[in-house]
Design a protein around this ligand. Structure first.
Ligand code: BT5
Length: 323
């Protein structure tokens, strides 16, 4: 989206209750009045409801329900995350697009969002079901200034806490399954995929991918996950505006990322544990083999702490919790 359109949206969203005249807009944006009028028509095509009153000016009454770059910009209160949005109707995977953009020097905080992914992926190239227009499928390009590669995996846990905090405000009982799953009512609602480009002691960039099922009815979920996945609609019976939800998630992610960079991971330990899935219950963990374990919590560096049947404490940096 061009810079002028972005500024126009910023101006209109900060003047929701008043009219802004074509002349004022033309002065503020340094473009002609007919150019203002053309931009207004483009916004209408994106689904904005615009009220134009002679001698008063323009006012936006409603922002669109459908995902679009301009709708995502509306009311987004972040400083850097999502200030650059790349919106695509259909991609193989937003991760791939984000990697490509990052290699081309895309800015820190650039977010790639797609309506549909045809080859959405999870960890270890697993499949990620990403239906057209029903969920949020997005990847953020993060360029941390001074973090060691080993800390990048903590970002997954930080993002999980941000998502959990954001959704808890909607009254949902969110659980986090270490390291990257968001659960509601024993079913998976969202997943996080953190990939990075790094040298030995220097992170060039991180691509933080998040997939969340939002407006799915049960039949919209792929057969292979029907039994174990859920969507926000299935949990709340309310259809959600994807643009608003993504804005809220980006705001929470930006806040938590800044806390993580400024103060480190230890701040997140307690919060993470308050959301931990099946904490204190026996479940199975897969490392080289599969064994019984009880989740105790996480270490200050983000590793999972469990005890085994022999009552031995084990600290796991890489493992799969079996559900
Ligand atoms: C994840 O992997 O949970 C990470 C998912 C990340 C998806 C985002 S979408 C935007 C960005 N672009 C991408 O291509 N990916 C990221 P993992 O923990 O490996 O979980 C994968 C498993 O979750 C699959 O094997 C299925 O069992 C299950 N699954 C697949 N699609 C699902 C869905 N839509 N909802 C819930 N579970 C799903």
């Amino acid at each position: 989206m061009g810079n002028t359109r972005k500024r126009l949206i910023d101006i209109l969203s900060s003047h929701k209750d008043t009219y802004v005249s074509g002349q004022e807009l033309s002065n503020m944006l340094n473009i002609s009045r007919s150019a203002v009028w053309k931009h207004m028509n483009e916004l209408k095509k994106d689904g904005y409801q615009i009220e134009g009153v002679t001698k008063k000016g323009y006012r936006i009454i409603n922002s669109p329900n459908d995902l679009s770059a301009s709708a995502l910009q509306w009311d987004l209160k972040t400083d850097w995350l999502g200030q650059e949005i790349v919106y695509k109707e259909q991609v193989k995977s937003t991760q791939l697009v984000a990697h490509e953009l990052a290699r081309e020097d895309a800015k820190h905080g650039t977010v790639v969002v797609a309506r549909e992914q045809t080859e959405g992926r999870g960890r270890m190239r697993r499949y990620w079901d990403s239906k057209d227009g029903l969920g949020l499928w997005f990847s953020s390009i993060i360029r941390p200034m001074y973090i060691e590669p080993k800390r990048a995996s903590q970002l997954t846990l930080v993002a999980a806490v941000a998502i959990a905090d954001c959704l808890s405000k909607k009254g949902l009982d969110i659980k986090i399954k270490w390291p990257n799953d968001i659960f509601v009512g024993g079913r998976k609602l969202a997943g996080i995929l953190t990939e990075m480009q790094a040298e030995q002691d220097f992170v060039q960039y991180i691509i933080l991918g998040i997939g969340m099922n939002v407006n799915h009815e049960i039949e919209d979920l792929h057969d292979s996950i029907k039994e174990k996945a859920t969507s926000l609609f299935l949990e709340t019976r309310e259809k959600m505006n994807l643009n608003h939800l993504l804005d809220q998630l980006l705001e929470e992610l930006e806040l938590k990322y800044e806390m993580f960079i400024e103060d480190g991971f230890h701040l997140f330990k307690e919060k993470w544990e308050s959301y931990a899935y099946k904490i204190g219950e026996w479940l199975q963990v897969k490392t080289n083999n599969t064994w019984d374990a009880k989740v105790i919590g996480i270490h200050e560096d983000g590793a999972l702490i469990v005890t085994d049947r022999q009552d031995q404490e084990q600290v796991l940096y890489s493992a799969e919790i079996i559900w």
